[in-house]
Every structure is written in C-alpha cells, then in structure tokens.
Ligand binder design. Sequence first.
Ligand code: COI
Length: 356
Amino acid sequence: MTTLTAPLSIERIAKSRISEVDFQHLEFGKFIADHMAIASYANDRWGEPKIVPYGDLQMSPAMLALHYGQAIFEGMKAFKMNDGSINIFRPHKHYERLRKSLDRMCMPDIPEDMFIQSLHTLIHLDRAWVPDSEGSSLYIRPVVFASESRLGVKVSDQYLFIIMNTPVGAYLNKPYRLKVEDIYVRTAEGGTGFAKCAGNYGGAFYPTQLAKQQGYDQVLWTDHKDHQYIDEVGMMNVMLMIEGKLVTPKLNSAILDGVTRDSILILAKEMGIETVERRISVDELADGLKSGKITEMFGAGTAAVVAPIALINIHGKDIQIPVAGAQSFQQKVKQKLLGIRMGVLPDVHGWNYIIK
Ligand code: COI
C-alpha cells in the first residue's frame, strides 16, 4: 500500500450550487455536489488525486472507454449521523469490490490510501450536501474509465478516476413489480456479472424497457443456460424468507457481491436467523409463493437499501408477494442498518467511517 505524500490539493468552486437543490424532493442523480475528486493514470502510474469543482471534462471521440467499454464504477453512501458527524458506510468493502472490477476489466489497481483520502477529503469538503432526513443520504459514485485516445482494439494505457456525489432520498417508496427474465441474459458465468462494469447496465436496459412496457419495474435475471435459477435484479441482490430462513442466491461470477447483501446476512445471523446461500430455482420460487413457504421477498442494494417486492411475474403469470409489515424481517433489518448508520446502535463490525 502506498501512502500519499501530502494532503490533496483543493480548488474550490467560486459559488456553491447547493441553493438550487430541493432537499425535500430529492431525485436520484439529479444534482451533483459542488466538487469532484480526480486523478489520471499514464506512464504506468497514477498521478496525485486532487479536488476540483464538479464540471465537464474534455475528451477525445476516440477515447477507448467509449468504444471498447473499459469503464467500471462503485456506489456508496454517506449519512448524516444523529450527532451531526458524517458516516461513509463500509468504504473499505466497496474498495475491495472496486479492485475486483478493475482487475476483471484489465484496468490499473488504485492504491487504497489514494481511494480513501480522495473520498475523505471530498466528503469533508462537500459535507453540507449530505441530507439529514430519514432514509436520505449522499450517494457516492466513484468511476474509472479508459481515457486514451486511440481506435485500436487494445487495453488502454491511460485512465481517469473520478468521485462525484449526489444527494438522494429514499430510492423508491413503491414496492417493486418484477418480471422473471426467460429470454435475455444480463451476463453469463465467466462473464463480467460480478464486476461493476458499465456494460452490465447498458446491456440490461433493453430487456428492462420491454418489462416496463408490460407494467413491471425491473427484471429478475436468471442463469444464462436455461433460465432456471435466479441470479439478481441488476440494481440489487434478491433475498427470500423461506420457512423462517433467510435464503439468497449463492454468489458466482454472474452475481454482484452486494455490500448491502453482505451486511444483511451478517445482521440476520446476529438476529438469530439462519442464513442460506444456495441456488434458488424459478420453480421453487413459484411453488414457495403458492404454498406460503416463502413469506418475504425483497431486494438489497446500496441505492435501493432494502426494497420490498410486491409482485413477481413468472412465465407470464403474476404472483403476489405477501406485504411486509413492521414485524417482517426486512423491516427489522432495515431499521437495524439505519440505526447503525445513524450511530443509534453500536457499530460492532467497524462498518462506519466517521468524518467529524
Ligand atoms: C447501487 O446500488 O449502488 C447501484 O449501483 C445500482 C444502480 C444505482 C446502478
């Protein structure tokens, strides 16, 4: 691990744009906070990261990321704690995943201290952008992409690393309506599904648009071979309560290793609930919902947090999911997560990265 020699240089914005934001009605990604962290990679090394006003970049139309898709990102959140401190949730865990994504896409590793110091300096500077109403947060978006200008099909020699932030409210209040996908695939085992690379999302838009035209919010992706086993929702992992046990698809190279998924599995065990990571077939899902063995189904993701699922379409048939009341596991674990993030419950796992 390298150590940055000096604090990051900061170029401040002339006039903050924060007064343009309606913090009561936050829309995901609509407003980007005043500053961004930026570092460039060339000649086999990262330059010193710096903080600059958020703004447009100059780029070449031949920039490699545009043509061959070397682009990855992360999604984290910072919360305003009850004592006014700012808490970035599990940044080291997100960093580990960022490294895996970089590696899969043949992109250069980012030193941990460069990542953490850029993040810390940026969030401290833009701390006024962290909203404080319940369920709201500052969504942090690190992105790395190939910036070399060259049309040849090759691994880029130049990259940009940027962190930008957007204040967000509760991601979606309405429970999701999902459609089990049995034609298209998001990825395949051995592909890039476990990495947070831009192409995973771009390729998912078309089937998702089709599902939206049919009245659903998202698709539930299934295995690429015979669409028999469920993977994830693309924007979030999926979890089920089956006969009192928390069951979720076992990670493989087609499924993103969600930080919220991981946190919920840990909290469930502490709550005395058995957790099972295994393959879950579409048939088991349909039968379990019909028989009542499955009592809850919800999504887990950084943006979505814990997202109730109201309905699932399986092979053309809509099946209702039981409504999650205040005593449901998903509501209880959501409150627990919130309590830890806000500093109301003890942070026994050291998940909170607190900026005073
Ligand atoms: C996240 O939950 O952080 C995601 O990346 C999902 C989506 C907003 C792209």
